[in-house]
Write a protein that binds this ligand. Structure first.
Ligand code: TNX
Length: 538
């Protein structure tokens, strides 16, 4: 019985136990009771019940200290009795379902577990409301059980590269919705690169001497995208988010307790900025303005490392201050800004790699700006060339031994580490040589490899308590639109989600089987997942 319970759950909870052979049986008019602070989570649960199962939830707020109605599903926040941030306990008996979160976030995570106890069609986005149960035997039953759960890591992320090829707000939200089922809590948006700039920046609040027209970023570089690498030669998709649309993404993520980390990649990967803003095209940058070419020609290729900002120009800092301040202002509750810092190849070739050289100084200045705006800077591991200080975050993706040592050193000095090793988390890599899209530089890998790694064993000597978590990036040189993105993301993201969440020792051995049982759920949710032969789908 325990096995039957466990096989439905992914990520596997810290503790779970079936309690006898009883069931909680839902009713046509199902009371859902919520305590202060989790009303919106209760509404979301009610929506799933209605849309997927045709069951109407009767929402009632619960006055603390009073008795809970029999036969209710109860959502509560009990800070003191539930362990750990995002933690929850879920108790199902014949009389009631009780979900207690440490916070509303814990309640939301617990609801994802609860949903996995229901039939697959609960995930149907358009639902089967016409198909409400009529006969007592048709009402969904939940097995009596007790689950206590808390995540292993605080950061469990998905990165979408909307710069090389754009994804609309609706596409991003659909992907986030599916990811939230598996308790991911970070959406890292790679918003700018050589091939496109995807976030509207206005001229509002420009500094006194600033003459830059920031609207050009999206007017010019919102209309461009990568031109190579697509399936059937399809070019990358163009577009950008207005600030209002970007807020819609934030709002959608907030409702799912997912933090958005925007990435403004500097000083390399800046071709789209140099193509739009003549003031940046000073002689120390990768493009010197001429009367014929006041801005850089767009680099539509899949090449990396050719563009860079001028480390000696005041205009570079004027630009960064304005852009970063607006990005911060868009999300009052954000905690981090990603500054990229990766692959500054041409810049290093020109200026050298010294830790007090131009690359390091510019990264240092960008980090100062981010800190002065009250945010933690994040960067890919190359940005450690600029040193690090307590509270900085470094995202490890690929490094030789020297790079690994730098990460360990930074961690010992108080930096936090997000692990995104290319050969187990890079969702833009092929599953195997037969994948029609995807890259192979980190090595093709399938679901077993995505699950079979330990964040604490990636970098020798890395202090375990410096590991903030794990993140799976989807770069989009070869990816066009939601369907293709989902095909590369799912089901591998389920593996990353479990690596990031689960501390349960049995988790690894049962994973493939549990992953297989998610197939009908992904299908019910309309996810275009790859039915890889590595998973024993039934
Ligand atoms: C490396 S990972 C990059 C990206 C590419 C990716 C392709 C990282 C920090 N930089 O610019 O899109 O490889 O896999």
């Amino acid at each position: 019985m325990n096995d039957e319970l466990c096989e439905r759950l992914l990520p596997l909870p810290s503790q779970y136990e079936t309690e006898g052979t009883e069931y909680f049986v839902l009713k046509a008019q199902q009371p859902v009771v919520f305590s202060p602070g989790c009303e919106s989570e209760a509404r979301q649960l009610a929506d799933y019940l209605q849309t997927g199962l045709g069951i109407s939830a009767q929402l009632e707020s619960h006055v603390p200290g009073t008795n809970l109605p029999r036969g209710a599903m109860c959502l509560e926040i009990e800070q003191d009795r539930v362990p750990g941030a995002e933690g929850y306990t879920l108790t199902v008996s014949a009389e009631a379902v009780r979900l207690c979160g440490q916070s509303a976030t814990g309640v939301f995570r617990g609801i994802q577990t609860l949903l996995q106890l229901f039939p697959s069609q609960i995930h149907a986005p358009k639902g089967a409301t016409w198909n409400s149960p009529r006969h007592p035997a048709d009402f969904p039953q939940l097995p009596a059980c007790k689950i206590v759960d808390v995540p292993r890591f605080a950061h469990r992320g998905l990165m979408l590269d909307v710069a090389r090829s754009f994804l609309s707000v609706a596409e991003v939200c659909a992907i986030v919705e599916h990811a939230s089922r598996y308790k991911l809590n970070v959406l890292h948006l790679h918003l700018v690169d050589d091939q496109g700039w995807r976030l509207e920046i206005t001229n509002e609040g420009r500094a006194a001497q600033d003459t830059i027209d920031y609207t050009q970023l999206t007017q010019v570089s919102g209309q461009t995208a990568v031109a190579e690498g697509g399936y059937g030669y399809e070019p990358g998709r163009t577009g950008f988010y207005t600030q209002q649309e970007y807020r819609e993404i934030l709002e959608f993520c907030r409702a799912r307790h997912i933090e958005v980390i925007p990435e403004i990649d500097v000083p390399g990967h800046t071709g789209a900025a140099l193509a739009a803003i003549p003031q940046l095209c000073t002689p120390g940058s990768s493009h010197t303005a001429t009367p014929q070419q006041p801005t850089a020609p767009i680099d539509y290729s899949t090449a990396v490392g050719r563009s860079y900002l001028d480390p000696h120009s005041e205009q570079t800092l004027v630009f960064l201050r304005h852009v970063l301040r607006q990005v911060v202002q868009l999300d009052a509750r954000g905690s981090k800004i990603h500054l990229g810092g990766d692959e500054p190849h041409a810049m290093i070739a020109r200026y050298g790699r010294r830790s007090d050289g131009p690359y390091a100084q510019l990264v240092q200045q960008a980090k100062e700006i981010v800190r002065s705006l009250g945010r933690q800077p994040v960067g890919w591991n190359e940005y450690l060339n600029a040193g690090s200080q307590d509270g900085d975050v470094v995202q490890y993706w690929y490094a030789d031994d020297v790079g690994q040592q730098a990460v360990t050193q930074a961690a010992r000095a108080g930096a936090q580490v997000i692990l995104s090793p290319g050969n187990t988390t890079y969702l833009d890599q092929k599953y195997d040589s037969s994948s029609p899209i995807g890259l192979t530089w980190a090595g093709a890998f399938d679901v077993p490899a995505a699950r079979d790694w330990d964040p604490e064993a990636v970098i020798a000597g890395l202090p375990a308590d410096s590991i903030l978590g794990v993140e799976a990036p989807l770069w989009s040189e070869t990816v066009r639109g939601q369907q293709q993105a989902e095909w590369l993301i799912f089901p591998r993201l389920l593996a990353t989600a479990e690596v990031g969440w689960s501390v349960c020792p049995q988790a690894a051995e049962s994973f493939l089987h549990r992953c297989a049982l998610q197939g009908p759920r992904l299908a019910a949710g309309g996810v275009n997942f790859f039915p890889t032969p590595a998973v024993p789908w039934n």
